[in-house]
Write a protein of this length. Structure first.
Length: 326
């Protein structure tokens, strides 16, 4: 038996409950992991509120780090005692222990702590596919300008540093001067406080009217129109979240003026095999181990305090990554 966080129906943070669960033994293709640290992400909020519909009761959580306790038949890349980290479906990381598919579980290098591993897998792999795979038709080269919303969050701070390492001019948006300063300290070339400035107008000023090649947008409804206005001809709009709510339906004709491209991305489309997951993780581990990207863990909560952790995340009171400690 072990402790886990479960919801019985969608709702606010108050629906998050600590429950006793029977962990059991891993079956074919599965592993049992004892968690040392668990990551908190906005996708957890989407699942808790019902924006993303899943069967109930639901055990939340998409990333964690810990130690393998047992492996099931057919698992060859892991063994009992391995330090590991993952970002993976199905949900269930808000727990002391869990049994889960082994496919997306990766060995964690000794140089990377459990806390860092839990804080970086979903966010770091997201930054990896955004900057390395979601590219405009004309490509990205050193010196090119890109716009990244919510740049002081967990994904954003990783992206700021990684973009700097790639030579990109990342224009960050955030909701306070303090968060803008944080983005700048982590490699953003420019930062815009969207509560005080029109970010679309500022992007045009910064780029001398050219616009950016790519917008990376996890905010959704509130930033959609302004994001499209920031793009240059043949630019790419990358939507990968809905923090302010889902983007309303739009007519493709709105893209015609500048022949824009739009894509809606999820990490889980990119990690559909062990090989793909491992290749992405290897690049993430390398850039973190090199020091080019540092993982900022700015909030730590006990697993029992998960309701407050969700309240703070939704209120945008957090910066960097948040972890839960079982």
């Amino acid at each position: 038996m072990g402790i886990a966080v479960q919801i019985r129906h969608p709702g606010g943070p108050e629906v998050l409950e600590l429950v006793q669960v029977d962990v059991g033994q891993p079956g074919p293709g599965e592993v049992r992991i004892r968690h040392h640290a668990v990551g908190l992400n906005f996708i957890d909020v989407y699942q808790r509120t019902g924006l993303y519909t899943l069967p109930m009761p639901l055990q939340l959580g998409m990333e964690a780090a810990g130690v393998v306790e047992a492996v099931g038949e057919g698992v060859t890349h892991l063994r009992a005692g391995d330090r590991v980290a993952y970002a993976s479906n199905p949900p269930g990381s808000y727990s002391e222990q869990r049994v889960m598919p082994a496919m997306c579980v990766c060995r964690l290098p000794d140089a990377i702590s459990f806390d860092t591993g839990a804080a970086m897998m979903l966010k770091g792999l997201t930054a990896q596919y955004l900057l390395r795979k979601c590219l405009p038709v004309e490509g990205l080269a050193a010196g090119d300008a890109v716009l990244f919303h919510a740049a002081a969050g967990g994904v954003g701070l990783i992206a700021c540093q990684w973009a700097r390492a790639l030579g990109l001019q990342l224009i960050a948006t955030a909701g306070s001067d303090e968060k803008c300063a944080l983005a700048l300290a982590n490699g953003a070339a420019h930062a815009i406080n969207y509560r005080r400035e029109n970010f679309a107008e500022r992007v045009q000023d910064i780029t001398a009217g050219q616009g950016v090649k790519v917008v990376y947008d996890s905010v959704g409804k509130d930033t959609w129109d302004g994001s499209l206005a920031c793009l240059r001809r043949f630019g790419l709009m990358v939507s990968f979240g809905n923090a302010s709510g889902p983007v309303p339906a739009f007519a493709p004709a709105v893209l015609a003026g500048k022949s824009l491209y739009v894509t809606r991305q999820t990490l889980f489309s990119h990690i559909t095999s062990r090989e793909a997951t491992q290749a992405m993780a290897d690049e993430l581990f390398s850039v973190v181990a090199s020091g080019k990207v540092q993982i900022h863990i700015d909030q730590r909560h006990a697993l029992a305090d998960v309701q407050q952790a969700h309240r703070d995340l939704e209120a945008r009171k957090t910066t960097g990554s948040t972890i839960l400690l079982p």
